[in-house]
Write a protein of this length. Structure first.
Lengths: 114, 117
């Protein structure tokens, strides 16, 4: 079974530029999560989708971050414009359903904003 | 809101010996899940072990076991017969079973485990 795929693995941009990350969850997984992991900290949930609907985006900085999950499969997370404090690893995870099911994580995208 | 605290930023152990990583959490809920995840330098987060709060028996997975003290809100991970491949960042995480959390994980700050040959 293929795991959660993410691209790119690394991205370096200057502040005020835009960037997008892509995630392809495990086939059949209805729930998709985006986490932000700042160096030296644990991951923090940014947004959670159930199929193509948003379940929780309470910690997403909506003035600069946006995410979509068209057709309930792949997802894209965008930052526009980026700030220095956005430097982090962005992890995508998926699960078959909500609470009862294990979350499987992708390898993450390391973003550096200079 | 739930919080998870890992008070040991770094731990080290000799190969083949035993090490215990600590975790405390705060919640007003009575039923929930607790997890330990391993994150090696490759950044892939891997589930090590899972505990359901209503189960009094401590979870065990091969060399990994937990000491779950619900009243004390403590959830420690014991790694027996440590191997070089166990070296990684370990995260303790909490997940609600209900309410508006919808299954999101709340992570601690992590503990870096070094294994010496």
């Amino acid at each position: 079974e293929a795991g959660v795929a993410q691209s790119p693995r690394y991205k370096i941009i200057e502040k005020r530029q835009s960037v997008a990350f892509w995630c392809n969850p495990i086939s059949g997984h209805a729930t998709l999560y985006w986490y932000q992991q700042i160096l030296g900290q644990g991951p923090k949930l940014l947004i959670q989708f159930q199929n193509n609907g948003v379940v929780d985006d309470s910690q997403l900085p909506k003035d600069r971050f946006s995410a979509e999950r068209l057709k309930g499969v792949d997802s894209t997370l965008k930052i526009q414009p980026a700030k220095l404090e956005d430097s982090a690893v962005y992890l995508c995870a998926s699960s078959f359903g909500l609470v009862e099911y294990e979350q499987y994580f992708g390898p993450g995208t390391r973003l550096t904003v200079t | 809101a739930q919080t998870v605290t890992q008070s040991q930023p770094e731990m080290s152990v000799q190969e083949a010996e035993t090490v215990t990583l600590s975790c405390t959490y705060d919640t007003s809920e009575s039923d929930y899940y607790l997890f330990w995840y391993k994150q090696p330098p490759s950044r892939q987060m891997i589930l090590v072990i899972r505990q359901e709060a209503y189960k009094q028996q401590n979870a065990t997975e091969n060399r990994f076991s937990v000491n779950f003290q619900k009243a004390a809100k403590s959830f420690s991970l014991k790694i027996s017969d440590s191997q070089l491949g166990d070296a990684a960042m370990y995260f303790c995480a909490y997940r609600s079973k209900g309410g508006t959390s919808y299954g999101k994980l709340t992570f601690g700050q992590g503990t870096i485990l070094t294994v010496h040959p």
